[in-house]
Write a protein that binds this ligand. Structure first.
Ligand code: PMP
Length: 371
């Protein structure tokens, strides 16, 4: 029998689109997939080589629960914090679950600005919390007054994610600091998911690392195109890290040793910045292209400042729109799983080739004109 804490979790929306895509493929429709949440680039061969060498050197065992010292130190240097305040995790997802289990009390409130990464809703539900959403449409900036209104001492965790999945929006420093301050007044913890932090186009995202009541979650899945390697990390004060360690010790235990070593080596070599820059250059061209195409179609969209998603408004219910669009050969993600107020939005991931994007935009244009 399934535990009650899972009763509110649903995979139905994503599964439904997946099934619609499968069905269309069975009918012989060629589908361009713009629903993927990972870079289309393979991990750089240099990193693969370093992992292989690490395996040969014996990086095949458990590491410390905190991660290998080299990697912790390199991460700490990047943020100007102490290595003791860094813990390497099995992807950012493990870090998010650790933080949720460590800080969300059953029946407490969890504040999630909408739209946002859909897993936050699942973590909050697994912890049997009450979810409070703060809508950010149409600009996707948090209205600090509206945020302040929902905050009280029953709030244990606030999830923030900038650059944001699904909008690509980057909040400014003033707003982020205001949110962190209000959270502190309520004794709440901000979980700042900064997983897309190096994928930005002009405005540089600000990190909340170093603030007392903030847990920064990050990793290398997106920024170094390493989703399958499962290397994430958290940065937090001693007390908060101790609490998360209790979960991590029985959950992720440690991230894959050879993958940790490969990341440490590539960071130390300076090659990581080059890899990121190449990828961001390509994402920028795609972002400019997709944004222009969508606005030329007459769709309202906020120009993404980071990540590799765009969240346009569509002239229909998002699920119906996404399902019909599949018949025209393009798969996107409907807005509803990303929170309240997203019924007329869709998420497009431009982590696919320019050639695919050109074809997809052409098909989408035909579909939108037919509405
Ligand atoms: N946070 C956000 C905002 C994400 O988009 C994702 C991946 N879709 C994750 C966390 C999970 O990252 P990881 O693969 O490192 O677990």
């Amino acid at each position: 029998m399934e535990a009650a804490r899972l009763s509110e979790l649903s995979t139905s929306m994503i599964r439904r689109i997946f099934e619609v895509v499968q069905e269309a493929r069975r009918k012989g429709i060629d589908i361009l997939n713009l629903s993927v949440g990972e870079p289309d680039f393979d991990t750089h061969p240099e990193i693969v080589k370093k992992a292989y060498e690490a395996m040969q050197k014996g990086y095949t065992h458990y590491t410390s629960n905190f991660g290998i010292e080299e990697l912790r130190t390199l991460i700490a240097e990047r943020y100007g914090v102490e290595a003791e305040n860094v813990m390497v995790t099995t992807g950012a997802s493990e870090a998010l679950l650790n933080a949720s289990l460590a800080f969300i009390e059953r029946g407490n409130k969890v504040v999630i600005p909408s739209p946002n990464f859909l897993s936050y809703f699942s973590y909050a539900k697994m912890c049997e919390a009450e979810i409070v959403q703060v809508k950010t449409h149409p600009s996707f900036e948090i209205d600090v007054n509206a945020f302040n209104e929902v905050m009280d001492r029953k709030v244990s965790v606030i999830f923030l994610n900038y650059p944001n999945n699904p909008t690509g929006f980057i909040a400014d420093e003033k707003t982020l600091k205001a949110v962190a301050e209000i959270a502190e007044d309520c004794n709440a913890i901000v979980v700042s998911d900064e997983i897309y932090d190096t994928i930005y186009y002009d405005k540089k995202p600000v990190s909340l690392a170093g603030l007392e009541n903030v847990v920064v979650v990050n990793g290398f899945s997106k920024t170094l195109a390493m989703t399958g390697w499962r290397i994430g990390f958290v940065i937090a004060s001693d007390d908060l890290l101790d609490s998360m360690l209790k979960v991590h010790q029985v959950n992720g235990v440690c991230a894959p040793a050879f993958a940790q070593k490969a990341v440490a080596d590539v960071l130390a070599s300076g090659k990581a910045e080059e890899i990121v820059a190449e990828m961001v250059k390509e994402f920028r061209a795609r972002r400019d292209f997709v944004y222009k195409e969508l606005t030329d179609m007459g769709l309202e969209a906020v120009k993404p400042e980071g990540a590799f998603y765009i969240f346009p408004k569509v002239p229909a219910n998002c699920v119906e729109f996404a399902e019909k669009l599949v018949e025209h050969g393009v798969a996107v993600t409907p807005g509803t799983p990303f929170g309240d107020g997203n019924e007329s939005y869709i998420r497009i991931s431009y982590a696919t080739s320019m050639e695919n994007l050109r074809k997809a935009m052409e098909r989408m244009k035909g579909f939108v004109e037919s509405l």
